[in-house]
Unconditional design. Structure first.
Length: 296
């Protein structure tokens, strides 16, 4: 029975593929994009998030914490992150909702009942289930099992990937995937390394491989001024050669994830500059000029 680390399940997602969808976010990613807005999905291990402003000082977490990460001093609560083992016991007793465990080990059978709750919406809207991350294909066994189970119920299945995966992983998921949501961040390798920490050769080759396999592909291009914004013409030229492209979605950078980084005790590269509507329109026009449909 395959297990995977799930960070959250999002219902009524309308930007993660066709129609109304339920998106399953998995933990762990090989890239380190400086603009990442889902930092809770980067590490492969579970992480405890602490939102200090939600703490009501009930101290219920102190006696259940066996690692002494939850402490009471002079009547005030203190969370010592370095001692936390992310067991989740404090979350279960926290009355204010200040503690949140990101990353739960689940089986496909455990999460399917929740995913099937919105099945009627899938049918009426042409939607389905999207598996995302992090990088979901970093947990290939779990993803294949989830895709297979979804297809058993006749559900449209989408995989959201950065493409930095082994070819055999793609071969394993292709038979059960209706649409690949594929991220392209840069064409220039040095720019890609600067922005993500990894080269992009395997990413570009894997996209061409999916195209040769006649997979339906929606490309998603983050737009971050001063980092990859000058890559748009090159990306458009590259995508013009992809035959099974349903369209491109330009994703404007936003700086709404700062509170997530703070809650996780992670270094925050944000805020970067947010693009203007005019910049996004101009970027979309670059793709339209190449005959590539725009998805909004």
């Amino acid at each position: 029975m395959e297990q995977g680390f799930v960070t959250k399940i999002k219902h009524f997602a309308v930007h993660d593929g066709d129609g109304i969808r339920t998106t399953v976010f998995l933990k762990g990613c090989p890239l380190r994009c400086i603009w990442c807005h889902n930092p809770e999905g980067l590490d492969f291990a579970p992480q405890m998030a602490y939102v200090e402003k939600k703490c009501i000082g009930c101290m219920q977490c102190v006696p259940v914490c066996e690692s002494n990460a939850q402490q009471a001093a002079d009547g005030k609560h203190r969370f010592v992150r370095e001692l936390c083992v992310s067991c989740g016991k404090c979350e279960r007793v926290c009355l204010g909702g200040a503690m949140e465990l990101n990353g739960r080990l689940c089986t496909v059978e455990e999460i399917m009942p929740e995913l099937l709750q919105d099945r009627d919406f899938y049918g009426h809207s042409g939607g389905g289930i999207t598996i995302s991350g992090g990088e979901c294909l970093a947990q290939p066994g779990f993803v294949v099992s989830l895709l297979q189970k979804g297809k058993e119920y006749g559900i449209n299945m989408a995989v959201d990937t950065c493409g930095f995966v082994k070819r055999e992983v793609l071969d394993a998921v292709i038979p059960y995937t209706d649409t690949f949501l594929y991220d392209i961040k840069a064409i220039d390798n040095e720019v890609h390394i600067k922005c993500t920490g990894k080269p992009n050769g395997i990413i570009l080759e894997n996209l061409k491989y999916l195209d040769r396999k006649n997979c339906r592909i929606e490309v998603r291009v983050p737009y971050v001024p001063g980092y990859n914004s000058d890559q748009i013409p090159q990306i458009a030229s590259f995508l013009a050669s992809i035959h099974n492209l349903s369209g491109v979605r330009v994703l404007p950078y936003h700086n709404f994830a700062g509170s997530k980084y703070e809650a996780l005790g992670m270094a925050d590269h944000l805020p970067l500059k947010m693009p203007s509507p005019k910049e996004i329109t101009e970027a979309e026009n670059r793709f339209s000029e190449k005959g590539i449909p725009i998805i909004r």
